[in-house]
Design a protein around this ligand. Structure first.
Ligand code: ADP
Ligand code: MG
Length: 347
């Protein structure tokens, strides 16, 4: 009521119709962490409450970035050194939960999401802030690592310890930690009484509530041209994650080598240019986007089903777009000339 009177008054006197009660203001912050720019938008009446919540998120993301950094000296690089020596590592409850979730996702993806292949990722030169301009690794080096077959199945976890039966296991959570961090950020926002927010790390995000009277609207980057290829509105509490071959790559002798490594071949996965997944949990969406990228146009429906993912869009290197029926129902394609194949639509 107060709000309506206020807007009438404002409209009469100033020509304004803004009504703060029906649509709280958006408070925004830009944080540089997790190797990308993270945009946090929070809707709340009270600026101090919003700012406090954003500060908590910033602190939480900084802790996670430090903990799981794969190449700068970090608790993770210490864990990796100990795993090489076959040592048993003492872990806390947070690390246990993190590892358990990653291990489960690796199993569900048939080890296509394989965070134990840190040595392969390093061999391809991606354990660097900027990849040095040099050639791909030799087949001998790749084969030597493949033979050792590191996987999350080699890891034994107890509530307080972590060990590996395979000294070749080197953990790299580049395909999972961003999602995990966004889940933690959203949990902190909810604890701070925030009901409408979005945490967006370079296009990978989780959104809760709405942007005032409208849903949050998300653009999905075109994998090989500027602009967006599709857009989608989120409802309730949802994450939208995309893995693309354009994120980190180098060109050598006219070929592109990107950072999503197929654990079966030891080479960058071929055939796919991007995969978008919508799922409630961001860590699951993150790992799934990576796994389905590797699975490719033929195998992705089976892996998606095993991972419990209903909403998928995969774009192959002919720019053919594959989608689940659930994704097709809600996504708006912003291009008209693409071939679209809807998978599993029995209607
Ligand atoms: P982005 O971080 O660009 O969104 P992804 O989520 O697909 O992309 O993560 C890619 C990162 O994950 C790589 O940079 C590497 O650190 C790691 N990685 C590469 N291949 C795999 C894989 N098969 N399983 C798990 N992690 C991987
Ligand atoms: Mg990922």
């Amino acid at each position: 009521m107060k709000c309506r009177w206020l807007s009438l008054l404002l409209f009469a006197t100033l020509g304004l119709t803004a009504c703060s009660e029906s649509s709280p203001p958006v408070h925004k912050a830009k944080l540089f962490t997790l190797g990308t720019l993270v945009d946090v938008s929070v809707l709340h009446e009270d600026e101090a409450t919003a700012q406090r919540a954003i500060d908590i998120v910033e602190a939480e993301l900084a802790v996670i970035n430090t903990q799981w950094h794969a190449w700068r000296d970090s608790p993770l690089t210490s864990i990796n050194q100990q795993l090489t020596k076959g040592e048993t590592i003492t872990i806390d409850a947070t690390t246990h939960a993190f590892m358990q979730q990653a291990q489960q996702l690796a199993t569900d993806s048939q080890q296509l999401f394989n965070p134990a292949i840190g040595s392969l990722v390093a061999l391809w030169g991606f354990h660097n802030d900027d990849r040095p301009e040099d050639a791909p690794p030799t087949t001998d080096k790749i084969d030597a690592l493949l033979k050792q077959a590191p996987s999350m199945g080699d890891i034994t976890l107890t509530a307080t310890t972590l060990s590996s039966s395979n000294p070749a296991v080197q953990l790299d959570f580049g395909a999972f930690a961003k999602g995990y961090a966004i889940d933690q950020a959203i949990a902190r926002l909810k604890q701070s009484g925030i009901e409408h927010a979005i945490v967006n790390a370079g296009g990978d995000l989780r959104a809760i509530g709405s942007k005032g009277k409208r849903p949050w609207r998300i653009g999905i980057r075109h994998p090989s041209a500027s602009g967006v290829i599709a857009s989608v509105e989120t409802h309730g509490d949802e994450s939208v994650f995309t893995s693309g071959n354009y994120e980190r790559f180098f060109d050598f002798d006219g070929r592109r080598y990107h950072h999503i490594i197929d654990p079966r071949s030891g080479h960058p996965a071929s055939g796919t240019v991007s995969v978008t997944v919508i799922h409630r949990n961001a860590a699951t969406a993150d790992a799934a986007a990576t796994a389905l990228f590797i699975a490719g146009a033929k195998q992705w429906p089976q892996i998606a089903q095993q991972m419990g993912i209903d909403e998928v869009m995969l774009i192959d290197d002919n720019l053919t777009i594959y989608m689940t029926a659930e994704m097709a129902k809600r996504i708006h394609l912003e291009i008209s000339d693409a071939e679209v194949k809807i998978i599993g639509d029995n209607a």
